[in-house]
Design a protein. Sequence first.
Length: 285
Amino acid sequence: LTGFLQQYKSSKNTMSTYQGIIQRMLNSINKPLIKITVEDIKKYFTSLVNNPVISNTTKLQHQIILCSFFQHCKRIDLHSCIYHSKKQPNPIVLFHIRAKNPVPLDEEAQIVKEHEYQALLNEAKILRDEIILRILWDTGCRVGEFAQVTIKDINMEKGKFYFHGKGMSGRGERPRHQNTKMQNISLIQKYIKDIGLGPDDKLIGITVSGIQKRLKFLCIQANIRPLHPHQFKHTYCSRKLLAGMTCDEVGVRVGTSAEVIRKTYFHIVDMQKSREKYDKDEEWM
């Protein structure tokens, strides 16, 4: 397993996902790899595909990673029994998994509106939830980066977060610093004291999925449309660009190329009206 993972130069989150998929299969079958049979894999994978709770995207991800793993271990028999492509169709139709293409959001839907953000804050009765909302809004970080932040990654005096950035073009992590308001640092300090966290403890202490579930719950409580953490990045980038920052400057802050910022993250729909407000709110940049 270690040898298989070492060939990938990806972020820690990606590596953890790959390892979890393979380990789940090994634990379920409960046999050494050398003793696993084709029937074992078919039975395991059939159970996985038939699980209605698991999305097609996740099932397809399992299929791709397991096939790559078996190929790496030279267990072509196990690879072939679940592999499927147009050129090499699998005889088991159940394994012809197709992930649904996500419906693209329009320009306006990409943005977390000011009133939506305030409604979420009003429903954040737990201090951890308020911190999650404020940091996503004020830094535009990826939710995976935020989940990995430890106490020692936060410079309390300067109001800076140290994010271990997502890998890009096989180059691994792109660490970077990002500012946040001192008001948020005060909340974080209170939270650390209340919970009793140490330097090596993670600030939030829940997974990416956990953060997504908390946001979903807060949206329901606030009676607003469902929002995803990544929409806060779209909002952050648009706010900064409208406040006069360049695509290069914003890209350095969020760990994304200037070209992607320009093509993907800049939305002016329903935000131009708020430009004066954002201009006044940039003293902490």
